[in-house]
Design a protein. Structure first.
Length: 135
């Protein structure tokens, strides 16, 4: 029998709260999404000043990281380097922008964090901060 770990709603909200506090401390507008291992939304926040496209982008970054088990930026880089269009994944929610980071517990992907609204490098830093908060 396989044992699977599951990300709880409380854990997801703790991640969102941590990143939200960082954004609000610096008065930055962004969207933060936490998804389960299938890429489905568990928790979300949009801080004041968040660009509207960032709402779906954060969710899609998290979706991509959860489904592929690696950062969304790595999925995008591999897609470009290998000439494999990201649309070939068969789901339009896949994205190659940085800011999606998988949450790994005991070697299993149990979810992912997606951040969007800041420069890509900043999105990535905040998403990683969120995933590291569970360790």
């Amino acid at each position: 029998m396989n044992q699977r770990f599951q990300l709880s709603h409380q854990q997801a909200m703790r991640i969102v709260g941590l990143i939200q506090a960082e954004l609000e401390k610096d008065r930055q507008g962004a969207a933060v999404a936490v998804v389960d291992d299938h890429g489905e939304l568990i928790a979300f926040v949009r801080t004041d000043g968040c660009p509207l496209p960032s709402i779906n982008n954060a969710i899609h970054k998290a979706f991509t990281a959860a489904r592929e088990g690696k950062e969304s930026a790595a999925v995008g880089a591999a897609s470009r380097e290998e000439g494999f269009a990201i649309t070939n994944f068969g789901d339009l929610r896949y994205t190659g922008w940085g800011g999606g980071v998988p949450i790994v517990f005991e070697g299993q992907v149990i979810g992912a964090v997606g951040v969007s609204g800041l420069p890509e490098a900043d999105d990535m830093v905040l998403a990683r901060l969120g995933t590291e908060s569970l360790s």
